[in-house]
Design a protein around this ligand. Structure first.
Ligand code: CP3
Length: 359
């Protein structure tokens, strides 16, 4: 399991807190960022979104830059995440992606086995250069202490959109495809690894100081399937994007019962959802990984005392080293922005007190 893992780089004490935590170095407070921190719960995001539809916002670097920066000032988070979408690289592979109300829609994806041969893997810089441009604008505007996180989807989660044509409750078509057409599925997963690796490397070249691989729907797979279609391909992806000092985060949601197989991807940081307490996650993977998570985003709809108590419990379970505070999935549009601001401030204060006390 450890053969892929580099030794942590020697970080200067003034390195950004988020990067120090990713490399399990001592920090004076626990860094925080939140999945979907730029999004519809923020009135400032909705104001930009009134002027442009969602895909236009992803395609236009100055708009992507504007909304990426919004939560930095508004919330005081320790990292920025590139504003884009998981499905953007699929456009470059030759499929049509739309975002009508009610979730993404993919036309001319993969409906029969032969379709995988139609998928293209053009160089990211030729087809997704606008994402690199957004990264350059964002990193030029960010203070040095706030790193930009790039991201992409893991092969299984991307394949699920290609095969289902959108979101899904039970991944029926995707699983049927894997079970009945494993050879063609391998062709599709190989292409996804190549496209996504090139896309993430482009983001790193354009200034991203960490990357997150989202395997949002990995939990639909049983442990054996995850080993074959999750671990194996994610591991190849991690190998292809590995650069000195650039942590790779793998967030595979719903995988608590086979979390050892997520760790086997060779990531530096493992995202954890709320179904696996952080001390239990640490027990499974040992000391060589940082952990990121794991508050249920729905708790942010509750009164403040409830949120505070949950955050404290998470800090206690995380222990002092190698923790990046985050949610167990993205913020929902109904979240009161004030609760999010208070959460970030509280994690900073409460963790600083714990770190000073040596807890
Ligand atoms: O986290 C961030 O703030 C960065 C931006 C980001 C978005 N999507 C913006 C977005 C990121 C990292 C994503 C990744 C993404 N996209 C994932 C993986 C993360 C996860 O949530 O599991 C997935 C599965 C998608 C696909 C996707 N995009 C869905 C299912 C939806 C519809 C559901 C929804 O929340 O609306 C989207 C749309 C989307 N992606 C929005 C935003 C801000 C809403 C679009 C709008 O403004 O109308």
């Amino acid at each position: 399991m450890q053969d892929l893992k580099p030794t942590p780089p020697d970080l200067p004490p003034d390195a950004p807190t988020f990067l120090r935590a990713c490399w399990r170095q001592p920090v004076d407070h626990t860094p925080v960022w939140l999945m979907r921190q730029a999004g519809r719960y923020l009135p400032e995001y909705r104001a930009v979104r009134q002027k442009a539809d969602f895909l236009t916002m992803c395609h236009r670097p100055e708009l992507a830059c504007e909304v990426t920066l919004q939560p930095i000032e508004l919330l005081g988070v320790d990292a920025a995440i590139l504003f884009s979408d998981l499905l953007i690289p699929l456009e470059a592979m030759g499929v049509t992606v739309k975002f009508p109300e009610g979730g993404p829609e993919i036309t001319n994806g993969v409906t029969k086995a032969d379709d995988v041969h139609r998928l293209q893997t053009p160089p990211a810089k030729d087809t997704l250069g606008y994402v690199a441009e957004a990264c350059r604008l964002i990193t030029a505007a960010l203070p040095a202490r706030i790193p930009l996180i790039g991201f992409a989807g893991a092969p299984f989660t991307l394949a699920s959109y290609l095969v289902e044509g959108g979101g899904s409750k039970n991944y029926q078509k995707t699983k049927a495809f894997l079970y009945q057409h494993p050879k063609e599925a391998e062709v599709m997963f190989d292409k996804l690894v190549d496209m996504v690796a090139d896309f993430l490397n482009m983001q790193i070249d354009a200034g991203c100081r960490a990357v997150q691989i989202f395997d949002s729907w990995a939990g639909a797979l049983d442990p054996q399937d995850y080993e074959r279609w999750g671990t194996q391909y994610t591991r190849r992806l991690v190998q292809k994007v590995r650069r000195p000092g650039v942590p790779v985060i793998v967030f595979a949601k719903g995988t608590g019962t086979y979390f050892d197989r997520v760790a086997a991807s060779g990531a530096d940081v493992l995202g954890v959802d709320w179904t696996l307490p952080l001390d239990a996650a640490r027990g499974i993977v040992g000391p060589d990984f940082a952990l990121q998570g794991n508050m249920d985003p729905i708790r942010l709809l509750c009164p403040w005392e409830h949120i505070r108590a949950t955050a404290d419990r998470i800090l206690d379970a995380a222990g002092p080293l190698g923790h990046v505070f985050n949610l167990g999935h993205g913020l929902v549009p109904q979240t009161p922005p004030d609760h999010v601001k208070r959460l970030v401030a509280h994690v900073h204060e409460a963790s600083a007190a714990r770190h000073r006390a040596g807890i």
